[in-house]
Design a binder for this molecule. Structure first.
Ligand SMILES: *Cc1c(COP(=O)(O)O)cnc(C)c1O
Length: 395
């Protein structure tokens, strides 16, 4: 009997053995020459991953929420207007964070299963001058993928800075920060980046840094203040020793290994792999009569799926039984429908085999609980989709 379970939640994900091995290297000084080299290299690699050759990367000990906090704290001053595009739980969190720094926020909230309409966003941008627009690329509570490129275009058209919560998308979905004109993109280490929890990653455009430099008041958050971190990031990139707060030495060793393997796969190829697996998984799920939360393919995320429990099934029992089958999936997160759905993460190094294991466990438990369908159906559809995937679409 295997004593490990397959971890299929939307973060933390399963990490590659070589990434975990890097965590166990001897911890050195944060100013040891080999560590300075690793940190500097990570900052360079991040510019490739975020597709922001002129961006300013920040790598700080903390979770993804710290990166959200850092974006709001450094960009916003009391009374400034922020438009928040919310497609779920994390849009709500971003709104709370901006308000904490004194922003006057307007929230455009999507209906469940949908994204916010572009025309609606444009209408609001027309009526008021916003300092910034914040959006969630993939909201992990709903599995909704926002059209970040088009929304950023609108922000630019109406002179608002754009901020993208990419915690559940960076290195999983296509995201070209500079081409798309996004001012801040942020993520955490434990999702599609593939490194254990504990690093907040943020990339700021030249314009975002200029706006921060022109602030009238100091940043009202000591730990997140770019004034403390910018010189440190610049020093590491120039391979000079420096100190503000002790970096997570071992996590940064692991980060270098994971970022390198992401670059080796290729950003386009990596996003395509996520898309192919997610598409096959969604088809498998719907083939056995289950409903996905995203109402259309267009707004369905490729890094996770949010799936409604069938109405004739006790969701709590289903989750418990799947767990007993050695597969860990996540429950609901959106408060109003928390007990009506579950979530499966499929990002990072995820393979077709992992998703077949999820479908296998799910089918077995559903059949045991009396949900009717032809056994093996979801897996057959999954395999068929993978086998017939048009690789030529890899552009
Ligand atoms: C996970 C997640 C966060 C929060 O990240 P933590 O590392 O848990 O702080 C924020 N936004 C999105 C979209 C996420 O998926």
């Amino acid at each position: 009997m295997k004593k490990r379970k397959l971890l299929m939640i939307p973060g933390p994900i399963e990490f590659e053995p070589e990434v975990l091995r890097a965590m166990s290297l001897t911890t050195t000084s944060h100013v040891a020459p080999n560590f300075i080299e690793t940190f500097g290299h990570c900052l360079e690699l991040l510019k490739n991953i975020f597709e922001a050759p002129n961006g300013q990367p920040f790598v700080i000990a903390g979770s993804g929420t710290l990166a959200m906090d850092m974006a709001a704290a450094n960009l916003i001053e009391t009374g400034e207007k922020v438009l928040v595009i919310s497609t779920g739980y994390f849009g709500g969190r971003f709104n709370d964070i901006f308000k904490r720094y004194g922003a006057s926020t307007t929230v455009l909230r999507a209906s469940i299963g949908e994204s916010v309409d572009l025309a609606q966003i444009e209408n609001v941008l027309k009526t008021d001058q916003f300092k910034a627009l914040a959006m969630t690329h993939v909201d992990t509570s709903t599995g909704i993928l926002a059209d970040a490129q088009s929304i950023a275009e609108l922000a630019n058209k109406y002179g608002a800075l754009s901020v993208l919560d990419g915690v559940c998308s960076v290195a999983g979905e296509r995201m070209e920060q500079e081409n798309w004109g996004i001012d801040i993109v942020l993520t955490g280490s434990q999702k599609a980046i593939g490194v254990p929890p504990g690093l907040a990653l943020l990339m700021a455009s030249k314009r975002a840094i200029e706006v921060w430099k022109k602030r009238k008041n100091p940043v009202p958050n000591y730990y997140a203040d770019w004034a403390n971190w910018l010189p440190i990031m610049q020093a590491y990139e120039e391979r000079r020793p420096s100190y503000f707060g002790t970096p997570s030495v071992n996590l940064i060793y692991a980060l270098e290994v994971s970022l390198q393997s992401i670059i080796e796969e290729g950003m386009v190829q990596r996003a395509q792999r996520h898309k192919k697996l997610a598409d096959a998984f969604r088809r498998g799920i719907t083939a056995i009569g289950l409903k996905l939360m995203p109402k259309t393919e267009e707004v369905a995320a490729n890094t996770l799926s949010a799936i409604y429990f069938p109405e004739d099934i006790d969701g709590g029992l289903l989750r418990k039984k799947i767990m007993e089958s050695d597969v860990i999936i996540a429950g609901g997160l959106l408060p109003e429908i928390k007990n009506k759905y579950f979530r499966v993460g499929h990002m990072g190094a995820v393979s077709a085999n992992d998703l077949l294991a999820v479908l296998g466990a799910l089918e077995r438990v559903l059949l045991e609980l009396g949900h009717c369908f032809e056994a093996g159906r979801s897996m057959a559809v999954f395999q068929d989709t993978i086998l017939n995937w048009p690789e030529s679409s890899l552009a």
